[in-house]
Write a protein that binds this ligand. Structure first.
Ligand SMILES: [Fe+2]
Length: 313
């Protein structure tokens, strides 16, 4: 099949001596390294369609210098988009969707997130930790319905491991809140914000109705492994937050360590543990997944928007 591509608006090309040597998509920076010449030759003929006849993914392996392979590789990285929706190999679509979903989530955090809020105060920060605690603690509310899907033994056992990990993470974050000076009674009495509850309900319903989109949403919201630039960026953000001295460092350390544990467990690869039954994904299905991911990210954005209004907890 012949596919046509165009540049993604979510990425900023990095230029050197009139050549594109990589790109930045907010959550990560990619350098093309030794394939720069072949990539630039291909990009000059981006209007020439690519013939994609098999379902192998390109980001996991060295690609040949062929025009078609390079275009698919750049699509999987999220640097290129499809010009018009067409049937695609699932593996390529999967890689691409994780990359663009994370770029969209990063853009949302830039707009709505707390790291960029110059007036981040103690109440907002504490309440944001509360919401993280509620979200992690609610994992059972969406993983249990996810377990009812028609999955293989290995897939069910992966979900079971994930549930177990999130269960003790919830307990761990509880002690983070205690270290922040919040009483047991206060923790028990403070439920999630309405916006957080909406997010949890959305995931619970999605786990039942559309397991494919559910698994992609989880991967997009979890920290991506295999992305050193992202990890460095997050550690810098945690350090900045700790240096504000709004709440005891020990309390923040618990929440940082939770993020590090998620990284170590490879939670960002959640969706890669499940088999998509068809080798190719049709345009209608692609559209419906994209719509769901946009909805999921905007529900997360609504939580941040609300958090910025908090003046007391
Ligand atoms: Fe976790």
């Amino acid at each position: 099949m012949a596919l046509r591509f165009e540049f993604s608006s979510l990425c900023l090309p990095i230029l050197k001596d009139d050549q594109i040597i990589g790109f930045n998509s907010g959550w990560r920076t990619i350098h093309f390294k030794n394939a720069v010449n072949s990539i630039n030759e291909t990009l000059q003929q981006i209007n020439q369609p690519a013939e994609i006849n098999n379902a192998k993914s390109h980001t996991d392996q060295a690609f040949s210098a062929k025009h078609d392979d390079i275009l698919l590789y750049l699509y999987e990285l999220g640097f290129l988009e499809l010009k018009e929706a067409q049937s695609l190999p699932w593996n390529s679509y999967h890689e691409h969707t994780l990359a663009t979903g994370r770029a969209m989530r990063h853009a949302m955090l830039q707009k709505q997130g707390l790291d960029t809020a110059p007036n981040l105060n103690k109440e907002t920060l504490l309440r944001s930790l509360f919401e993280s605690y509620h979200i992690i603690n609610s994992a059972v509310a969406h993983i249990m319905p996810a377990l009812e899907n028609d999955l293989s033994f290995e897939e069910l056992s992966y979900l079971d491991d994930y549930l177990e990990e999130e269960r003790w993470h919830g307990q761990f974050l509880y002690y983070g809140l205690r270290k922040a000076g919040i009483s047991q009674e206060k923790i028990q009495a403070t439920g999630p914000l309405k916006e957080t509850q909406n997010l949890i309900s959305f995931l619970s319903q999605l786990a039942k109705d559309d397991f494919t989109s559910y698994s992609l949403c989880i991967s997009i919201t979890e920290s991506p492994s295999n992305s050193p630039g992202y990890i460095k960026q997050r550690l810098r953000e945690w350090k900045r937050m700790e240096d504000l001295n709004l709440i005891p460092r020990d309390a923040l350390k618990v929440f940082r360590q939770h993020e590090e544990a998620d990284l170590a467990f490879g939670h960002g690869d959640f969706s890669k543990n499940f088999t998509f039954k068809n080798e190719f994904i049709e345009p209608e299905h692609q559209k419906s997944i994209e719509k769901t991911i946009i909805e999921f990210i905007s529900l997360q954005g609504a939580v941040y928007k609300e958090l910025k209004k908090i003046t007391e907890i």
